[in-house]
Design a protein. Structure first.
Ligand SMILES: NC(=O)c1ccc[n+]([C@@H]2O[C@H](COP(=O)([O-])OP(=O)(O)OC[C@H]3O[C@@H](n4cnc5c(N)ncnc54)[C@H](OP(=O)(O)O)[C@@H]3O)[C@@H](O)[C@H]2O)c1
Length: 305
């Protein structure tokens, strides 16, 4: 069954496994580093066994695609729907480079992608200058079922919405970054039949950190993290549960991409996702939280160590 049919029938479930953690040392709170190859395989196996049916990866995520490919070779019956993104380093004016990039992802995972996505949304302005044709040729060649894009800002989201061929849009959304909801863009996209995949439910782990223990280079986020921490404490709600359930309640039609670097995190996240517990009044309290500056909510602006 195609990924779109599966999604429309509710067969994908709400969670997409985020696979950047499998291929790279990732995350602001990360102490353990990239999981070993065996741990990465354990995460993929546990994900399938617990009903996860979609994976988000990218050519830029180190060994992530390769590890997924190894898993599918071991378990060909694991019919994951895989979204992958073209490396931002590929020349988006060069149709052959785009086709070669798409082909190389398919070769690594040894099957067509559910969605071939652009990782570099700034290149969307090239859509009518050959990029759109090149992406559509990737569909004709059988490299993917759909096309999509991953965005960072509401402006990029709006640009994606102008291109009907982009059926899948991945975007950040969490308790501190509610810009796409407030602007009405999420509803507009969902109403037009797009598949919306939300990431950064934990803001790369920042929302789960102790405000008192932020590393020095993240000090600029302390006040916002503390405000969020106090709100969770006043509702006697764990930060993990509040962060996850807020996104579920605010945008119930979206898929959530959640990155895990250990099997226990995966299982914890699945149970948080299914939990019926979300304190009354918490959604409204979160929506009354002051939204931080973009430098706090956009990880691509954080200082690199
Ligand atoms: N431009 C793009 O397209 C783009 C950009 C970024 C990410 N992504 C995708 O989105 C996925 C998710 O990444 P994200 O940035 O959105 O991260 P996130 O889901 O907001 O946070 C993930 C981090 O939170 C921590 N964590 C996860 N579950 C936890 C639990 N139950 N308890 C405690 N800590 C937990 C882990 O870090 P620690 O254990 O280290 O604390 C993990 O690395 C990635 O895997 C990737 O597939 C896409």
């Amino acid at each position: 069954m195609s990924f779109v049919q599966c999604h429309e029938l509710g067969g994908l479930g709400p969670m997409v496994l985020g696979a950047v953690q499998l291929g790279l040392n990732y995350g602001v709170a990360n102490k353990a580093g990239q999981p070993s190859r065996e741990s990465a395989h354990e995460i993929l196996l546990a994900a399938w066994q617990h009903g996860v049916r979609a994976i988000d990866t990218a050519q830029a995520y180190g060994e992530s695609e390769e590890i997924i490919g190894e898993h599918l070779e071991r378990y060909p019956e694991h019919n994951f729907h895989i979204f992958s993104k073209i490396s931002p380093g590929v020349d988006h004016r060069d149709a052959t480079a785009i086709l070669n990039a798409a082909r190389s992802s398919c070769q690594r995972i040894a099957r067509p992608l559910a969605s071939l996505m652009m990782h570099n949304a700034d290149a969307l302005h090239l859509w009518d200058e050959g990029l759109g044709q090149a992406m559509k040729r990737c569909l004709d060649a059988g490299f993917a079922e759909t096309l999509g894009v991953s965005i960072y800002t509401p402006e990029q989201f709006l640009a994606a919405l102008q291109i009907p061929e982009l059926r899948v849009i991945q975007a950040p959304f969490n308790v501190l970054d509610r810009r796409l909801l407030d602007s009405g863009l999420l509803d507009r996209a969902l109403d037009s039949g797009r598949v919306i995949v939300l990431r950064s439910v934990y803001l790369q782990g920042l929302l789960l950190m102790d405000a008192d223990k932020l590393p020095a280079h993240m000090g600029f986020a302390e006040e916002d993290v503390r405000r969020w921490e106090s709100l969770c404490a006043s509702h006697a709600c764990a930060k993990t549960l509040a962060a996850m359930q807020y996104v579920r309640h605010a945008v119930p039609r979206a898929l959530l991409v959640i990155g895990c670097e250990r099997t226990d995190q995966l299982l914890a996240n699945l149970s948080l996702l299914m939990s019926p517990d979300f304190p009354a009044g918490m959604k409204e309290a979160i929506e009354a939280l002051k939204m931080p500056d973009e430098r706090v909510i956009n990880p691509s602006l954080w200082p690199k160590l």
